[in-house]
Design a protein around this ligand. Structure first.
Ligand SMILES: Nc1ncnc2c1ncn2[C@@H]1O[C@H](COP(=O)(O)OP(=O)(O)OP(=O)(O)O)[C@@H](O)[C@H]1O
Ligand SMILES: [Mg+2]
Length: 153
């Protein structure tokens, strides 16, 4: 069987390092990004600032390929990355690094499961059902509605 050939990157490439054009992201009815453009050039340091839930992480996730946008074009090191397999983009992905936000929630775990992570770490002998109860209690203490517990962040 033929292995997919990774895209070779051009080491002399001098264009924008990240280029986002016409990005659209939505979740059901909620539109997070509409026609968003962003360009980051070599040596530039850019901060993305905005209130909680305004779409900063979804933008980052789109650029690094963890989120499939509805529309738009994303080029990193001059290579179009959307719609390409992991095998095809591996050489490009080896060139970037991503740091996890301290204190952030794991997006693949529910809110309650996120709360249970440090409880399990610090109290490994605690009974699982009791851990669940404590997590629910802590979600309510935070001021979130109780029905937030089974939702994803
Ligand atoms: N997988 C998902 N399913 C449904 N909605 C989502 C999903 N991921 C993000 N959202 C929604 O998209 C919006 C933008 O979320 P995002 O995580 O990008 O916000 P943020 O700007 O990074 O916020 P914060 O400053 O709290 O990190 C929020 O309303 C969020 O609820
Ligand atoms: Mg975020």
């Amino acid at each position: 069987m033929l292995e997919p050939q990774p895209i070779a990157y051009d080491p002399d490439y001098e264009g924008p390092i990240v280029s986002v054009r016409g990005l659209r992201n939505s979740f059901g009815e909620q539109v997070v990004h509409e026609d968003l453009d962003l360009e980051v050039n070599r040596g530039e340091i850019i901060g993305v600032v905005g209130g909680s839930g305004t779409g900063k992480s979804v933008l980052m996730r789109s650029i690094i390929g963890l989120q499939s946008p509805d529309e738009g074009e994303i080029n990193v090191f001059g290579e179009q990355i959307l719609g390409k397999s992991d095998a095809k983009t591996i050489e490009i992905r080896k060139r970037w690094g991503v740091l996890f936000q301290g204190g952030a929630l794991f997006s693949t775990l529910t809110v309650a499961e996120n709360v249970m992570v440090p409880i399990r770490e610090f109290y490994p002998d605690m009974d699982r059902d009791f851990r669940r109860e404590v997590a629910k209690y802590k979600v309510c203490l935070s001021g979130l509605p109780a029905d937030a517990a089974p939702k994803y962040p």
